[in-house]
Structure formats: structure tokens, C-alpha cells
Ligand binder design. Structure first.
Ligand SMILES: Nc1ncnc2c1ncn2[C@@H]1O[C@H](COP(=O)(O)OP(=O)(O)OP(=O)(O)O)[C@@H](O)[C@H]1O
Length: 636
């Protein structure tokens, strides 16, 4: 269809809604991805079995709690019987001993009811907290070791919010399962006792049950839909809110506040609408059950009352039945609520299991060797082909060698594969063809832990953790002394600014080091790498604009850091590139040239063309000029 034909049609939003033409496009007010809240089966054997593995160590506690719950249910059944006993005995004249016995039994039943109620709640609560602790630990442990190939594909924010909610659901699951057992036991108990007290009156009371069932059957699918819509719109509104908060700088700098508010309003209104509808469904159930309870009571009073008058049953039976009616409908109401909780728990359980089951693709071989600290520190790529997705190689037959102690600069246009090459040195991913060698060993034959000890990585945007400056500098080597930390900071020129912070080395850093400047964060990450004292340094040079003083300081720190180590640097600054022992020029995932600066200039190829364009950094060169430089090289 042509554009003109499209123009006559209403625009359709990502959620299929028709979009008002006067409204701005949906972008930038939160992704519209809906969290898949599965309304699946309430019981899934596989999920129960997996969750049970976490509950198993606390099974004694669960058993105690379940027993307490059954006794609790028993006392609930007992109390109306005691009342029945008292009424019938008092009718026959004053019988002090019977009254005393009944009072004693009543008191005992109340005490047992209280004690078992408390034990049941406290014990299962404790077990649930322990299970949560174990699940959280298992997940944290697993997520720390899963391969980066998985992490690349996930949205961290979504994963986090889902996991937190899901773990809490498991707590609900444990508690709700027990409540369900109690509810079911109570329903059965009430039916049996009522029929036992008087069969026909019991049957009459239960005759309202089919009405309740029909109401439930018609209510449930509609209510479910309404609840699901409410959750979807909440998720969309929350997503918009989160994105607006994260992107507040961009929003304000581009003056999008008004536009975003209009778009957010739509989502908030949808949220309000769906919640009001869901509330209506939820609210209708309580009066319905209450109404049916009243109806059943009215039946019992009218029919049972005439039976008492005819002398067919005793008054105590009638009163006990009235109590049982109340006890009968309460668990029915809570079971219907528990049903949706259990459904949600099953969905949460599945998602947790999915996380725990994430395959770890990069694993140590059973006979992997530890990389010795005495190795020479050489890095070699031998005909490496690597892709993140099958058939889309980002490195193609790449070969180069960085000799021990040398600094090699990786240069090339954006997307040429520089970061991917550095990730392979640390074996964050496995290559499809060829070999990556560190210290003469294929990285796949080494233990990842030993490889990590010998390679320090400095990322372009260094990740600083909440904690003190001191803790952050020794992050990679916990046994480093204060003296070593200070020496490293001095060596990279970070000491002075650290001392000027409010509490020096004990200054608490904000989230991701938010209270430091970019240059300061960079220097801290250099100090951290220096303390780690690894033989190999893999570094992604920062491109952020810093003032020339800081730039000089960083450059000096870098020289200090690289001294005596093998360095593989994704170089952005010409000073770093010119100073490197070897320059590896990448383009479209292939090595196009290697040599030092003088050699490459003399060669008059791609590098020399780029260099002669006189940009401060290769990153600033526009694509047309890059392409022109490349074609000139092929012509020459
Ligand atoms: N985690 C990933 N998953 C999938 N594809 C990726 C991933 N990281 C990079 N790529 C793709 O691989 C190619 C090479 O990217 P890479 O980051 O290695 O290039 P680069 O030279 O470091 O670029 P830049 O200078 O912009 O950082 C790009 O096409 C990129 O889209």
C-alpha cells in the first residue's frame, strides 16, 4: 500500500488501539510490552516438584504447621457443638455440672484455637522466609555465572521487577497452600457435622450451593479478564513512569514534558478504567456470598424453627446449624480468592524456574588448567570467527598477536568488532572458529577464575558500586591492604581528589559513582585495575568529553597502568593510538592492517587515510569519509 493510501487510515498504536492523529507518536512514554501474567493452570506438577525441592529442608516445619492448622479447624467445628450442648442441657433445667463442663470445654477450645492459630501462622511464616532466602540465594548465584550471551538478551529492569514479585509470590504460595488445606478441611467437616446433627436440615442448607456454583461459573471468566486487563494497564503505566524517570534529563532537554504528560494520561486513564471494572467484579462477590449465607440462614430458621416447634429437632441443633452456615461460606469465599493467588503463584514459579534453568554456555572444561601468574601475558587471535547470532559473524577470520608487555591499540569504525574482540580475551563468549590464546593457552582450556585473575578489564563507563572509595578500589582483590590501595591511587593520580572528598577513602559513593565526575570515575577504575595487578590489561578507552587537564591526567595514568603489562586497548584518542606498539585496524569484523603508527602511515592505506583526515579521534569521522577512505585504499 502506498503512503497516500495509508494517509486516509487511522493510525494504529502498538497495542492495536486507534491513535488520534492529533496526538504525538507513542514513543518515549514507556515501552508497551506487557508482562505476561499467565493465567494458566492452578496446579502444575513440574513446578510444584521444583518448588518442593526448596521447601523440603523445612518439611518438618510445614508438617507442624499443617497439623496445627487441622487442630485449629477442629476447634472451629467444636465450638458450635459446645453451644448446642449448653442450650440443650439448660432447657432441661439447671444443671450446674453440665454448664461448668461446657464452660471448661469452651475455654479449652478457645485456648487451643488461639495456640494452634498462632503456631500455624508463625511456623509456616518462618519456613516461607527461609525458603525465600534459599531461592533468592540460588538465583543470585546463578545469575552471577550465567553467560553474557543470556544477559545480552534480557531487559535487566524487567527481570529485576519480575524476580522480586515472583519470589514474593512463592511466599504467598506456601501460606496459601496451607490455608487451602484448612479451608477444604473446614468445608468437609462442616458438611459432615451438619448432616450428622440433622440430615434433612443439613441437606436443606446445602441446597443453596448450586446457586453459588452457577454464580461463580459465570463470574469467573469475566472477572479474570477484568483482572488481567487491570494488570496489563498497570504494567504499561508503570513502565511509562519508570522510563520517564530514567530519561528525565532527555525529556527536559528536549522539552517533551507536555507531550509525555498527554501520552501518560492515556495510560493512566486506561489504568483507572480497567481497575474500576476489576473492582466491580471483586466487590460483587462479597455481598453475593453474604446474601447466600443470609438466604441459607433464613431457610434454616424458618424450616428448622418449625422442626423445633414440632419437636423433631432440639433447639441446640438449630443454633449449631446457624453457626455452621457461617463457617461454611467463609472458606468457600476465601478458596475462590486463593484460586487466583495459586494461579499467579504457578506463573511466578515457572518464571523463577526459567531463570534457575538458564543454560550456562561458557563453562570450564572438567580438566581445565589454572593460568599461572608466571605466564608471559601474550595474547593471540588465530583465525577467529565469532558471531552473537548464527550466520551473522561480527569477527571474520581475525588473526593478530600482542607480544608480552606490548600495548596494542584496536582501532576501527563503530561496529567493526573491537569490543567483541576484547570480550573474547576474557572468554565472555566462545568463538565459533579459530582460537584465542592467552599466555600461549587456548582460553577454553583454562579455568575462567584464573583467567579473570590475570586479566584486568577497564570499561569505558566504569562500574562503581555503592560503598566506599576504598572498597571500590580493591573490588577485584579483596586482600589488598590500605597501603596498596593508596599507592595505586597515587600512581594513577587519583589520591589528591580522593583526599578532597568529604571522608577521603571512606567517602560513600552514590549509585554507580553518581557523585563523582566522569574523569574521577575513570581514574578510580584505573586504580582498581592497578590494585588487581593483573598481567594483562584490557581497556576500553573513555570517549567522554573531559577537560584537557583531566585528559592529560588520564593519559599519564594510562601510561602508568600499562607499564610492564600486556595491553589491549580499544583506543579512541590519537595520543594513545600513536603511542601503541602495535595498531590493529578493524573494519567490518576483519583486520585490514596491522603495524605501528609509522609503519601504517608509510603503508598509505586505510589508517593513513583516516589519520590524514585530521580528526581528534577516529570516532568523530563521518561515515561518508570513512567509506571514501576505505575505497581509496582498495583503489590504491
Ligand atoms: N551483545 C551483543 N549481542 C549481539 N550483537 C552484538 C552484541 N555486541 C555487539 N554486537 C554487534 O556486533 C557488532 C560489533 O560490535 P562491537 O561492539 O564489537 O563493535 P565496536 O567496534 O566495539 O563498536 P563501538 O566502537 O561502537 O563500540 C555490531 O554490529 C554490534 O551490533
Amino acid at each position: 500500500m502506498s503512503q497516500e493510501e495509508h494517509a486516509g487510515e487511522p493510525e494504529t498504536g502498538r497495542n492495536g488501539d486507534h491513535v488520534d492523529r492529533k496526538r504525538p507518536p507513542l514513543a518515549v512514554v514507556g515501552s508497551h510490552r506487557i508482562d505476561e501474567e499467565i493465567f494458566g493452570p492452578v496446579f502444575d506438577k513440574m513446578i510444584i516438584a521444583r518448588i518442593w525441592a526448596f521447601v523440603r529442608p523445612y518439611r518438618a516445619k510445614v508438617a507442624i504447621s499443617a497439623s496445627a492448622l487441622l487442630i485449629f479447624t477442629g476447634t472451629q467445628l467444636l465450638i458450635p457443638l459446645i453451644i448446642h450442648y449448653v442450650i440443650d442441657h439448660s432447657k432441661r433445667g439447671v444443671d450446674n455440672s453440665a454448664l461448668l463442663a461446657a464452660s471448661g470445654a469452651f475455654l479449652l477450645a478457645i485456648l487451643v484455637n488461639f495456640a494452634t492459630g498462632y503456631i500455624q501462622e508463625a511456623v509456616v511464616g518462618k519456613a516461607a522466609e527461609n525458603v525465600l532466602f534459599d531461592i533468592r540465594r540460588a538465583m543470585f548465584g546463578h545469575l552471577q555465572v550465567v553467560s553474557l550471551s543470556f544477559m545480552d538478551k534480557i531487559e535487566v529492569g524487567r527481570l529485576m521487577s519480575r524476580l522480586q514479585g515472583d519470589v514474593n509470590s512463592i511466599q504467598e504460595f506456601l501460606e496459601t497452600s496451607l490455608f487451602c488445606i484448612g479451608d477444604i478441611a473446614l468445608i468437609f467437616g462442616v458438611v459432615v457435622v451438619m448432616l450428622w446433627l440433622d440430615f434433612s436440615l443439613g441437606l436443606l442448607t446445602l441446597s443453596v450451593l448450586p446457586i453459588l456454583l452457577i454464580i461463580r461459573i459465570t463470574w469467573l471468566p469475566r472477572a479474570r479478564q477484568a483482572f488481567m486487563a487491570a494488570r496489563e494497564t498497570s504494567s504499561a503505566a508503570n513502565g511509562a513512569l519508570a522510563e520517564a524517570i530514567h530519561g528525565v534529563r532527555a525529556v527536559q532537554s528536549m522539552d517533551r514534558q507536555q507531550v509525555n504528560l498527554v501520552l501518560y494520561d492515556d495510560k493512566a486513564h486506561a489504568n483507572l478504567r480497567t481497575h474500576l471494572s476489576a473492582d466491580r467484579y471483586a466487590q460483587v462477590m462479597v455481598p453475593t456470598v453474604d446474601g447466600l449465607t443470609g438466604l441459607a440462614m433464613a431457610f434454616v430458621i424458618v424450616v428448622g424453627g418449625s422442626m423445633v416447634m414440632n419437636g423433631r429437632i432440639e433447639a441446640g441443633v438449630l443454633v449449631a446449624d446457624l453457626f455452621y452456615i457461617q463457617r461454611f461460606f467463609d472458606p468457600i469465599r476465601s478458596l475462590t480468592m486463593h484460586y487466583s493467588i495459586m494461579q499467579r503463584c504457578m506463573a511466578s514459579g515457572r518464571r523463577l524456574i526459567d531463570v534457575l534453568d538458564i543454560e550456562i554456555d561458557v563453562r570450564d572444561k572438567p580438566d581445565a588448567q589454572a593460568l599461572s601468574a608466571e605466564m608471559d601475558g601474550a595474547i593471540e587471535f588465530k583465525n577467529v570467527t565469532f558471531s552473537y547470532y548464527p550466520d551473522l559473524p561480527v569477527l571474520k577470520d581475525v588473526s593478530f598477536k600482542v607480544n608480552p608487555g606490548e600495548t596494542a591499540a584496536l582501532v576501527g569504525p563503530t561496529g567493526s568488532g573491537k569490543s567483541s574482540a576484547t570480550a573474547l580475551v576474557h572468554r565472555f563468549y566462545d568463538v565459533q572458529q579459530g582460537q584465542v590464546l592467552v599466555g600461549g593457552h587456548d582460553v577454553r582450556d583454562l579455568t575462567q577464575a584464573s583467567l579473570g585473575r590475570q586479566i584486568a578489564m577497564v570499561l569505558q563507563e566504569p562500574f562503581l558500586f555503592t560503598g566506599t572509595v576504598f572498597e571500590n578500589i580493591r573490588y577485584g582483590r579483596r586482600q589488598a591492604t590500605r597501603q596498596q590501595v593508596i599507592e595505586a591511587a597515587k600512581a594513577v593520580g587519583a589520591h589528591d581528589f580522593i583526599m578532597s572528598l568529604a571522608n577521603g577513602y571512606e567517602t560513600q559513593l552514590g549509585e554507580r559513582g553518581g557523585n563523582l565526575s566522569i574523569g574521577q570515575r575513570q581514574l578510580l577504575s584505573f586504580a582498581r585495575a592497578l590494585v588487581a595487578d593483573a598481567k594483562i590489561l584490557v581497556l576500553d578507552e573513555a570517549t567522554a568529553n573531559v577537560d584537557s587537564d583531566t585528559e592529560m591526567q588520564i593519559q599519564k595514568a594510562l601510561t602508568r597502568l600499562l607499564k610492564g603489562r600486556t595491553g589491549l586497548v580499544i583506543a579512541h584518542r590519537l595520543a594513545t593510538i600513536r603511542g601503541a606498539d602495535r595498531i590493529i585496524v578493524l573494519r567490518h569484523g576483519q583486520v585490514v592492517e596491522t603495524g605501528n603508527h609509522a609503519e601504517l602511515i608509510a603503508m598509505g592505506g586505510f589508517y593513513s587515510s583516516l589519520y590524514n583526515l585530521n580528526y581528534a579521534s577516529f570516532d568523530d569521522i563521518p561515515k561518508e569519509k570513512l567509506d571514501a577512505a576505505a575505497s581509496a585504499r582498495f583503489r590504491s
